[in-house]
Design a protein around this ligand. Sequence first.
Ligand SMILES: Nc1nc2c(c(=O)[nH]1)N[C@H]1C(S)=C(S)[C@@H](COP(=O)(O)OP(=O)(O)OC[C@H]3O[C@@H](n4cnc5c(N)ncnc54)[C@H](O)[C@@H]3O)O[C@H]1N2
Ligand code: MOO
Length: 405
Amino acid sequence: MREFITYKKSLEILENIKITHSTKRLFISDAIGYILAKDIIADHNSPEFPTSGMDGYAFKYEDINQDFLEITDKNPAGFVVETNVVNGTCIKTFTGSLMPKGSDTLIPIENVEVSGNKIKITKPVTKGFAVRKIGENYRKDEILIQKGTKIGFSEIGVLASLNIVQIDVYVNPTIAVASTGSEILDLGVEKTNDSQIRSSNHLTLEALFKSNGANVLQMGPVDDNLENITYFFENSLKNADIVVTTGGVSVGDYDLVQDVIKDKLKAEVLFHGVLVKPGMHILVALKDEKIIVALPGFAYSSTICAILYVLPLIYKFRNSNEKLPFVKAKITQDFRKSQDKTIFTACNVKYENNEYVIDFVGKKSGTSAILTNMLGNPALLIQEQNSSDIKNGDLVDILLLNNLK
Ligand SMILES: Nc1nc2c(c(=O)[nH]1)N[C@H]1C(S)=C(S)[C@@H](COP(=O)(O)OP(=O)(O)OC[C@H]3O[C@@H](n4cnc5c(N)ncnc54)[C@H](O)[C@@H]3O)O[C@H]1N2
Ligand code: MOO
């Protein structure tokens, strides 16, 4: 009989798996979604010089009460004006232009009357008005983006403003994915008997892993015999960091995946069986520093276990500060604790009045085959192994699923 470990213990084992990280250099626009491998530090102030934030006239604030100021020059953005501002004068200056030497304040065009080459200030401003100070945006030597950050649009903008063309990122893991089972058919393959079903698992997992930053080698449904499954593993272990399968890990006569992992590959099994629902038959093993995650065949079970176990491995390979989005939520009905396991139940989630609220409207109950329960705006209600029944209005733990799509 296999020994089933607690969910907590299984996470500790996963946490202790050692991973060697590697990095590569990418052009910034190609790095979207990757994890930064080195801090980004500003090598200059931004702006480097006092810069105008509006269109108007640069002048000395001490002249604010003068009847008129003489316009002595024009100062378009992209040029450096030679003329200095002296008392009694101003220089027409535009948004993005450097403030001319001698000036300290900008009076917007809306605040003056112009006659000939003179302006009269009709609506005064405070000293330094509309002048962007040196370092307003960032200061030289400031750490602007920390190692471990996921690169998105705002990071790309900051990198471009620093004139950084390429950055070092962590290499994303490659995951080989396959589904097993003699009853499962790939898309488009014709049914030859009533017990055959369409394989959804391999494609659900490909989507999940890709949306979370992994490269996927899609191996499709694998014919359910020892030879094919062994060949699949041997081949995939050469080309991937993680190999994920579905099916063939429980207690049936035809549960061949576990036999191949244990007897043919002689992989080091870290655990086979966790006190969770769904997914109690999950098997995690190591083979020559590669990680094997064999998930149960049921569609809901394999998806939940992939979220709980494979996504954290992806985060680990990416050396990122990403975490599964566990939050607290208010439940709107009583909910019984049905088994002595950590239980993950699909629910609907919404955010209202500053809190997450969950319900189970439209959710079907039955076996772990029901993947449609994860459509819409889903979350997972988490009931700890040693917890008791939940009461309407309680604050409960949930995992937000739409953040992972
Ligand atoms: N006597 C027992 N029977 C079962 C137990 C048990 O403890 N004792 N555990 C049950 C639980 S819980 C699960 S989960 C499943 C896990 O079994 P396997 O991992 O061996 O998976 P299969 O038997 O191959 O498939 C289970 C189920 O899922 C369907 N399936 C399989 N592959 C796919 C796919 N690619 N796409 C969609 N659906 C798939 C398959 O048709 C089966 O209905 O074992 C229970 N039995
Ligand atoms: O381990 Mo199964 O996934 O609970 O139905």
